[in-house]
Ligand binder design. Structure first.
Ligand code: FES
Length: 88
């Protein structure tokens, strides 16, 4: 699984850097380093929709850090665990 966090100016101002900090720690805490790659990207073209991430090819707008934590723990960890190997 590849999680890409937008670090374009709009998402950065809204707090995307906190997503990256959280995800780095969470990926390590859940021992998902072999399952999840964390990346950053410039503007994804969805500036008005919240803080934007991509999970593989799926675009998701996330309102705040609590919502990001919930998405990670309630969905992404489980989905990444189902993947057999890290994408290339
Ligand atoms: S700056 Fe993130 S979608 Fe535009």
């Amino acid at each position: 699984m590849i999680i890409t966090v937008c670090v374009g100016s709009s998402c950065h101002i809204k707090g995307s850097h906190a997503f990256i900090d959280y995800l780095q720690k969470a990926i390590s805490a859940y021992k998902m380093e072999q399952k999840i790659i964390l990346k950053a990207s410039f503007c994804m073209g969805h500036c008005s929709e919240g803080i934007n991430i991509k999970v593989d090819d799926e675009h998701i707008s996330v309102n705040n850090l609590d919502a990001m934590k919930e998405l990670f723990t309630n969905r992404l960890v489980e989905e990444a665990e189902r993947e057999t190997c890290i994408p290339s």
